[in-house]
Ligand binder design. Structure first.
Ligand code: FES
Length: 105
């Protein structure tokens, strides 16, 4: 699926991410700055915090409890905040747009 990652400074990165990978893994594999994924996707570091584009919020869904509690450690959390390691890429998410928070650049 095609995923667009937008850095906090506005620089967009449009890449192809295989279904089954997480949105975090797609960023790390493509060396996209702003998503570190320090814990390797275990929902334990919050360095993969992203804002889901308004048009995609319904399709992406909301955070589970574990993710919600981890998000409390992230900075600048908004209603559309998610940990990108917990979003699994699928064909249904083709065209997804996520933005990185200011604290991750
Ligand atoms: Fe650590 Fe997502 S990669 S919480």
């Amino acid at each position: 699926a095609k995923i667009t990652y937008i850095e906090h400074n506005g620089t967009p990165h449009e890449v192809e991410v295989k279904a089954g990978l997480s949105v975090m893994e797609g960023a790390v594999k493509n060396n996209i700055p702003g998503i570190d994924g320090d814990c390797g996707g275990a929902c334990a570091c919050a360095t993969c915090h992203v804002y889901v584009d308004a048009a995609w919020r319904d399709k992406v869904g909301t955070a589970e409890d574990l993710e919600k509690s981890m998000l409390e450690f992230a900075e600048n959390v908004e209603e559309n905040s998610r940990l990108s390691c917990q979003i699994v890429v699928s064909d249904a998410l083709d065209g997804l747009v996520v933005r990185m928070p200011e604290s991750q650049h």
